[in-house]
Design a binder for this molecule. Structure first.
Ligand code: UDP
Length: 319
């Protein structure tokens, strides 16, 4: 019998490629789409020879076509780090809006269930702490992060409209800071930045005074939460993240200890609209999906560190 097909947009990205792995493991036929503006074929190289895996080079903001049946669509295409979406503001807005619209149209035509990658950024610089799904957020639409935040907010609204108006089966995951192997060393996010700096003997750059907080979730936990949400019958947004909150200053110390270096920290200006605190309330995920994170930071950081160490070594050898 033919296997059920899953489409993963952003399939060559950090999260998308881990989702491809998971669906292959679960016995699906996986189609990964990517235009490689932030993704990399390195992330899916190991899947290319698999007859149950296909890669389509495609910009989903323009047009999406998939022949035959489709069971699930997971829309993970988007620049996702602040420096990436500052560099590509229009593409970011388009993939969240036009891309989502195209994919919802595809889901409707195929009778597929669609899950969208939303984000804790829909809460902006949150005035409620920790953030529950019922919080409407505090977003500056015309600030530098507005291109990502508003695209994702529009994406949620569009998805909900297809759900209520067209009866498309939809799922919305709000992803909090996630880390793990296959993050890009140069994506500007704090974790690859700190580990990269420590490994290259550079000082760690703390933006602002380091008192702002984040809560970091290991990628395997996130993938498990997304898988459960997709298979559930819950169409409202669900936070998936690890509630273990830490200040960026403490996090820098943790990375210095982990890497065994004696690097110092240096302070740089805080980017505009940088959220002061972020921590998911995961009661809905616990109750509806029976999900909670399993990996402590100390466990998740080990394979992540090994990945970056290898990456730096192979890049240096290639020079
Ligand atoms: N940050 C930092 N140094 C860096 C990169 C980021 O201090 O080299 C800070 C950033 O200002 C923010 C936090 O770390 O307060 C997390 O930033 P990231 O870009 O990883 O993701 P965000 O959660 O802001 O989207």
């Amino acid at each position: 019998m033919a296997k059920d097909k899953v489409l993963v947009t952003g399939g060559a990205g950090f999260l998308g490629s881990h989702l491809c792995d998971r669906f292959i493991k679960e016995g699906y036929h996986v189609i990964a789409m990517d235009n490689l503006i932030t993704g990399s074929l390195d992330n899916i190289e190991h899947l290319m020879a698999n007859p149950d895996f296909e890669y389509y080079h495609c910009d989903v903001s323009k047009f999406v076509h998939v022949p035959g049946d489709l069971k699930y669509i997971l829309h993970f295409a988007s620049p996702a780090s602040p420096i990436d979406y500052l560099k590509m503001p229009i593409q970011t807005l388009k993939v969240g809006s036009l891309g989502t619209h195209n994919l919802l149209g595809l889901a409707k035509a195929k009778g597929a269930r669609m899950l969208i990658a939303s984000t804790s950024e829909v809460y902006g610089d949150p005035l409620e702490h920790p953030q529950k799904e019922t919080y409407w957020g505090n977003v500056n639409p015309v600030g530098p992060r507005g291109v990502y935040d508003e695209a994702k907010r529009f994406q949620e609204a569009m998805t909900m409209a297809y759900h209520t108006f067209h009866g498309v089966e939809t799922r919305i995951v709000r992803i909090f800071n996630t880390y793990g192997p296959r993050m890009r060393l140069d994506d500007g996010r704090v974790l690859p930045a700190f580990i990269g700096q420590a490994l290259q003997g550079k000082d760690l750059t703390i933006f602002g005074d380091g008192s702002q907080t984040r809560s970091f979730c290991y990628v395997d936990d996130l993938v498990e939460g997304i898988y459960r949400l997709l298979l559930s019958d819950y169409a409202q947004p669900v936070n998936i993240g690890n509630p273990d909150e830490i200040t960026i200053g403490e996090f820098a110390e943790e990375i210095i200890r982990l890497t065994g270096t004696d690097q110092k920290v240096v302070y740089k200006p805080l980017p505009q609209d940088d959220p002061k605190q972020r921590r998911p309330d995961i009661r809905v995920a616990r109750e509806v999906l029976g999900w909670e994170p399993k990996y402590a930071r100390s466990e998740g950081l080990k394979p992540t560190y090994e990945y970056f160490k290898k990456k730096i070594l192979t890049t240096e050898q290639a020079k």
